[in-house]
Design a protein around this ligand. Sequence first.
Ligand code: IPM
Ligand code: MG
Length: 406
Amino acid sequence: MAAALQTNIRPVKFPATLRALTKQSSPAPFRVRCAAASPGKKRYNITLLPGDGIGPEVISIAKNVLQQAGSLEGLEFSFQEMPVGGAALDLVGVPLPEETVSAAKESDAVLLGAIGGYKWDKNEKHLKPETGLLQLRAGLKVFANLRPATVLPQLVDASTLKREVAEGVDLMVVRELTGGIYFGVPRGIKTNENGEEVGYNTEVYAAHEIDRIARVAFETARKRRGKLCSVDKANVLDASILWRRRVTALAAEYPDVELSHMYVDNAAMQLVRDPKQFDTIVTNNIFGDILSDEASMITGSIGMLPSASLSDSGPGLFEPIHGSAPDIAGQDKANPLATILSAAMLLKYGLGEEKAAKRIEDAVLGALNKGFRTGDIYSAGTKLVGCKEMGEEVLKSVDSHVQASV
Ligand code: IPM
Ligand code: MG
């Protein structure tokens, strides 16, 4: 037993896609296709999955920003757009076509807009857009989901929390993404012996699944402020008891990281009471889903938050954490910044292109500094713009940065 445990927690070689987390000089990206590149240019294949609702609007803007920021760093992108979610259901009758999975797997990184909408809400489960997204995450084996929530000084007043509570919040939720109750079996709806319908799911975590996400979280915390809070429900759930045990055992390998544990109900409360106490949070799939939405509102709008989903050896999946917002789709009202910032995460964590990523992050701050705001982050005295105009302002900001640095 002891030997098995030892084997399981032996330090592993940190994977290429996850190595960017260490913020050390980044490794050469593992899938550079030099043959097709122009002289002196690095070339990457990006799969774009616009999806549904506001997805296509925000993806087309993020694509332009990615291209522009990349070209200033000598990067060339070739984009391939594929259907997913409701768009794929309408086109070919399934939420994740085989061709989409293959294209995603063969590319260097995947940028997704959003999936879902009223139209498909009543579909059977295997024909729901959300099922396509879960299949994609499983297919790409992207078990580590990084969801940063940072309150930008420019947007403090967009937060629903008091200025003194929100100001300076800078936290990272590390969510386990391919296990737990989302994928556990047995699951289903059946009729019991009394003839009554029963719905059931299984929260299940194997030791190796806990260890690998915990390692990502320890590494993440190490490169941030060195504090890691593991969130579970170990006072009730067996899966959480094992979770806490494994995370605690790993802590010995990261003496520079201060580890604490918190029950999820308390964490939900602490996030609105005093969010500044958190640096890095690691948690399971479903708690991470809920807590990352909560954390996003501290920052003012869910429309601001990007995410990165990483595997240990394949392309990462990058997506805004907001949904498809069908109520405002096609009306040029969406905030494209979460997707633009997801493109920055793609460059940084997916390709190891930190300079190009920084160009995008600076350009977003530039547009905000000039006072441009979409409806979700608007406050008196700022300039209300639509999705396209916000995108144009970010693009201009990418350019003006160049002029300033020439
Ligand atoms: C998210 C979303 C998804 C999830 C849905 C759309 C399946 O809420 O990415 O947070 O629950 O993971
Ligand atoms: Mg969610």
